[in-house]
Design a protein around this ligand. Structure first.
Ligand code: F6R
Length: 608
C-alpha cells in the first residue's frame, strides 16, 4: 500500500512522476503528492483523493525541477486529507513512505521534547523530523540517514530528498519493496518495476535492511550494518504499455471477460492437454515425500487456497493446513522437515503472506509461490514459482487472478496425486480433460448468464444484507462471493458453510435477507437442498446457483435460479465463479459505486 517514486533526471521530473504514480495508484488512492528541488529550493503539491486531483493542481501551479519524489497514499495513520498527504516536509527534509513506523509514538514524544512541532497525524512525519534533527546536529545526509534508520521499527520503504542537495536522493527498504531504476542520464527509484517501466527496464531490487544513495550517475547500496554491497541489476520483463479498458466500462468487467483466455493460458502451463497429463512438476517440492502442506494467503487468495485444500486432500490424500497469513505468521504452528509450504498471492507483495513465507523458510520448509507478478518479493524468495498467467490485474477486486489461482491449485493437486500414487493415469487423464473444458464453460457461463444476472442485480441492490451458502468447495466460494459483493457494492454479505446455518446464522433469516446458494448437482447437493428448505421455511428468499439437473432436483420456489453449465466436480469452483463475479459487478454498477477502486481498499497490501 502506498506507492513511491523518485527521479534524478535532466528535465522537469514532475510530469514523469505523475506518470509513474498513475501506474502505482493500485497501491492506494487516498491522496497523492510530489515534491521537487528547483534552484536549490524545495516545493511540493499535494491533493486529497485520486491522482486526477493532483494533476489538476499541477496544471494550475506547475512544479519545476529535475529531481523529485512522489507518493500515492493508502492511509494508515491520519485521515486521508491533503495535510496528511506525502511528501512530508520539515527542516529541509522531504520524505515519502510506504509502510508503518511502529514506534512513531515514542519517537515523536522525544522529538517534541527537543522542540519539534508536528503538523500532521501521520507516522511518517517522524522520519522527516528525525533526519532533520540529525542534520542539525551536524551529520552529513548519509550519516543522518543511517542513524535515523537505526531508530525506526516497523515496515518501511522510504525516499528522502534534502533541500540544497539536488544531486542525490536517499532510499531505504525494510519490508515493503523498493526498486532502483538505471536510466540513461537519469536514475529512478520506485515501489515496483511497473512504475519505472516507461523510463527503464534495468532494475536493482533493494534487499531487506538495505539503504541507498542515488545520484544522477548511479547508486551506492549499503546493507543494514552500513557495509557497501552489490545487488544484481536485472532486466525487467514488465511492459511499459498502459493497459486500457478496451470496450468495457470498468477494468473489472474487462478482467472478468478475459478469464477464459488467461485460465487457458495458465492451465496449459501445467497441463499437457494433448497427452491429458500434468507436466512434470519442479523438484523443489517433491509432493511424493511431503507429509503435510501448509497453504497461506490473504483475502481472495485465501479463498482460492481454501478450495485448493479440498483438492489436495481429495486427489492427493495430502493433509493441508490453510491459514489466513496474518494469523499464520503469529500462531507458531509447529512445522516439520517433511512439510512443504505454498503461498498464494496475486501481487506477490502482501506483507502478511511474505512474513508467513519467511517463517516457513526459517523452519527449513521448501517454499512454493502461486503468484501473478513474477518479479515480486514473494516470487523472488520462493524455491519454486507456480505462476498464474492472468496478466496485469487492475481492478482492485480480484477476479481473473482468483480463477487462475484455482487453475494452478487444481493442476498441482492432480500432479501431487499422481506423484503420491493416489490417482492413476486414467484418473489423471479424466481430470485433465475436465480442466481442458474449463475455458469453454466459463465463456458459456459469462455469455449466457449476463442478461439474467444484470436484471437480478437491480433486485439485489435493494437489500442491505446478503448471505452466501455452499458446501464442499462451494463453501470457500460462498465466502469469495460474499467478499466480492461487499467490497464493491458495500452491501453487507457473509459466506457460510451451508450446514453451519442452523448453528446460529439462521436467526438472521427473514424476507429482508436474500440467501444465495451455490450448489452444483454433486455428491452433497441433497444436503444443501435441506439447508435451503430450512431457509424457505423461515420466509428467506433464495437465489440458487446450480446446473440444469440441480435446478430440477431442487424442486423449490426461488427468487431466481441461475443455471450454470454442467461440469465435472474439479471444474465447478472455477466455472461457478463467473456468476458470483457478475452478480457483484452488476450490483455495484447499478448502485453507482467506484467499481475499480472501491473505497478504503488498495490492490497491494504491504502493511500488516
Ligand atoms: C479481494 C482482493 C483481496 C486480495 C488480498 C491478497 O478482491 O483482491 O482480498 O486477494 O488482499 O492480495 P494478494 O493476492 O496480492 O496477496
Amino acid at each position: 500500500m502506498c506507492g513511491i517514486i523518485g527521479i534524478i533526471g535532466q528535465d522537469n521530473v514532475a510530469p514523469q512522476m505523475v506518470d509513474a504514480l498513475k501506474r502505482l495508484e493500485y497501491r492506494g488512492y487516498d491522496s497523492a503528492g510530489v515534491a521537487t528541488i528547483d534552484h536549490g529550493r524545495m516545493d511540493r503539491r499535494r491533493a486529497e483523493g485520486k491522482l486526477v486531483n493532483l494533476e489538476r493542481k499541477l496544471a494550475a501551479e506547475p512544479l519545476a525541477g529535475s529531481i523529485g519524489i512522489g507518493h500515492t497514499r493508502w492511509a494508515t495513520h491520519g485521515a486521508p486529507t491533503e495535510n496528511n498527504a506525502h511528501p512530508h516536509f520539515t527542516g529541509g527534509v522531504a520524505v515519502v513512505h510506504n509502510g508503518i513506523i511502529e514506534n512513531f509514538g515514542p519517537l515523536r514524544a522525544g522529538l517534541q521534547k527537543r522542540g519539534a512541532t508536528f503538523n500532521t497525524q501521520t507516522d511518517t512525519e517522524v522520519v522527516a523530523h528525525l533526519i532533520a534533527s540529525l542534520l542539525e546536529e551536524g551529520l552529513a545526509p548519509e550519516a543522518a540517514m543511517q542513524a535515523a534508520l537505526k531508530q525506526l521499527s516497523g515496515a518501511y520503504a522510504l525516499a528522502v530528498m534534502i533541500e540544497g542537495r539536488s544531486d542525490m536522493l536517499m532510499a531505504a527498504r525494510h519490508g515493503p519493496p523498493l526498486a532502483i531504476g538505471h536510466g540513461d542520464g537519469a536514475m529512478y527509484l520506485g515501489s515496483d518495476a511497473v512504475a519505472l517501466a516507461p523510463f527503464t527496464d534495468r532494475i536493482t531490487y533493494l534487499e531487506d535492511g538495505d539503504w541507498a544513495i542515488v545520484t544522477g550517475s548511479g547508486v551506492v547500496i549499503h546493507d543494514r550494518d552500513g557495509a557497501i554491497v552489490q545487488r544484481d541489476e536485472m532486466r525487467s520483463s514488465t511492459t511499459a504499455t498502459v493497459v486500457d479498458r478496451g470496450n468495457h466500462r470498468h477494468f473489472m468487467e474487462k478482467e472478468i471477460y478475459e478469464q477464459p483466455e488467461v485460465i487457458g493460458r495458465t492451465l496449459s502451463h501445467f497441463v499437457d492437454f494433448a497427452e491429458a497429463r500434468i507436466r512434470p512438476l519442479d523438484a523443489a517440492i517433491d509432493f511424493a515425500e511431503v507429509n503435510r502442506l501448509a497453504l497461506s494467503a490473504c483475502g481472495t487468495a485465501f479463498y482460492a487456497g481454501s478450495i485448493g485444500k479440498y483438492w489436495f486432500e481429495r486427489y492427493a490424500r495430502l493433509p493441508v493446513e490453510i491459514d489466513i497469513a496474518s494469523e499464520f505468521r503469529y500462531r507458531e504452528m509447529p512445522l516439520s522437515k517433511k512439510d512443504a509450504a505454498i503461498f498464494i498471492s496475486q501481487s506477490g507483495e502482501t506483507a502478511d503472506t511474505l512474513a508467513s513465507l519467511r517463517y516457513c523458510k526459517e523452519n527449513g520448509l521448501p517454499i512454493g509461490a502461486v503468484v501473478n507478478v513474477s518479479e515480486s518479493t514473494i516470487a523472488r524468495e520462493s524455491d519454486v514459482i507456480y505462476p498464474t498467467l492472468a496478466g496485469l490485474e487492475v481492478g482492485v477486486a480480484s477476479t481473473k487472478a482468483f480463477t487462475c489461482q484455482l487453475s494452478v491449485l487444481a493442476a498441482l493437486a492432480v500432479g501431487a496425486g499422481r506423484a503420491r500414487g493416489t490417482i492413476d493415469a486414467d484418473e489423471e487423464a479424466r481430470l485433465c480433460q475436465a480442466l481442458a473444458e474449463v475455458p469453454r464453460h466459463v465463456t458459456q457461463a459469462l455469455h449466457d448468464l449476463q442478461p439474467q444476472i444484470e436484471r437480478l442485480s437491480h433486485e439485489l441492490s435493494r437489500y442491505k444484507h446478503v448471505l452466501y451458502l455452499g458446501r464442499g468447495t462451494s463453501f470457500p466460494l460462498a465466502m469469495e462471493g460474499a467478499l466480492k459483493l461487499k467490497e464493491i457494492s458495500y452491501i453487507h454479505a457473509e459466506g457460510y458453510a451451508a450446514g453451519e446455518l442452523k448453528h446460529g446464522p439462521i436467526a438472521l433469516i427473514d424476507e429482508t435477507m436474500p440467501v444465495i446458494v451455490i450448489a452444483p448437482y454433486d455428491s452433497v447437493f441433497e444436503k444443501t437442498v435441506s439447508n435451503m428448505q430450512e431457509v424457505a421455511a423461515r420466509g428467506g428468499r433464495i437465489i440458487l446457483i446450480t446446473d440444469a439437473e440441480g435446478a430440477v432436483a431442487a424442486g423449490m420456489e426461488t427468487l431466481a435460479t441461475i443455471v450454470v453449465p454442467k461440469v465435472p466436480e474439479i471444474a465447478a469452483p472455477i466455472v461457478y465463479t463467473a456468476p458470483i463475479q457478475l452478480l457483484a459487478y452488476h450490483t455495484a454498477v447499478f448502485m453507482g459505486t467506484d467499481v475499480d477502486q472501491p473505497r478504503n481498499l488498495a490492490k497491494s497490501v504491504t502493511v500488516e
